[in-house]
Design a protein around this ligand. Sequence first.
Ligand code: FES
Length: 175
Amino acid sequence: MSGPLFAQEGGWTMPPSSSPLPSPGRRRALAAFVNTAAALVGGGLSALVGAFALRPATASARERWVRAAATSDLKAGVPVARLIVVPLVDGWYRDHARRTVFLVWDGEKSVRALSGTCTHLGCQVGWDGATNTFRCPCHGGVYEADGRVASGPPPRPLDTLAADILDNGDVMVRL
Ligand code: FES
């Protein structure tokens, strides 16, 4: 005789064949099934979370090349301000950022792009053609035409952005 014994009035007996308890073999199979299912679900969730955490930076943070002007919009040797609207996408969040960039074209195939954001506290600088300087209206910061600090509180030159001219004359800036 094998299998568990059950107490009953008058002695021990084998469980009835219609016992609600599954046999040990069925219990092991059920446990294996549940464990496997839990491992699959857990593994899938971990993969999803890992893919989300390790994904590349969002589009809003990624550098991108944008068309800032055409050479026909520029004047050789003179900084020209261009307002660039950059779409920001971060998950479900959508917005636009406006950035001013000054393009200085050499009249041929080279262009420099200077950020219009003052390096002191972030105001927008303007080009003063009379003095050939960039001037910040907030605290009097002054920058040379090449972006170096001439006077005032800015701690460093205007940021330089990568820029290029395509064969069709489009001026591209990397933000
Ligand atoms: S923000 Fe430009 S000088 Fe202060």
